[in-house]
Design a protein around this ligand. Structure first.
Ligand SMILES: [Zn+2]
Length: 111
């Protein structure tokens, strides 16, 4: 997807500091952080949203959550707590139509 900003980050045509990378995901800081720690765990594959995950891709969603746990540990919110969030579609507040998991922490997060 040429016009997808997350694909551009994954393909490194857009310069963005990656905090983590493996064969399935990249992790970087949200450009508009809503908490002291606000990271995005982003699939390398262009999948529009959780709605577009196939049964054969459920391992990917699990992997994203597992990497989020490791990032929570690395960025100091593992003990204090954090929130993991997949926004899906318009009413879910999904801004970029490319699968990503928000990790927020470092302050008390209201309901
Ligand atoms: Zn994309």
């Amino acid at each position: 997807m040429d016009d997808c900003v997350f694909c551009s980050i994954v393909n490194k045509t857009l310069d963005k500091e990656l905090l983590y990378e493996d064969d399935k995901v990249v992790v970087f800081k949200d450009i508009l952080p809503k908490a002291p720690v606000h990271l995005l765990i982003v699939s390398k594959e262009h999948i529009l949203s959780i709605n577009h995950i196939q049964d054969s891709q459920e391992d990917l969603a699990g992997h994203m959550i597992n990497i989020a746990r490791k990032m929570a540990l690395k960025y100091g919110v593992y003990e204090t707590g954090y929130r993991l969030m997949f926004n899906v579609g318009k009413d879910g507040g999904q801004v970029i139509p490319h699968l990503h998991l928000h990790l927020l922490g470092g302050k008390f997060l209201e309901g």
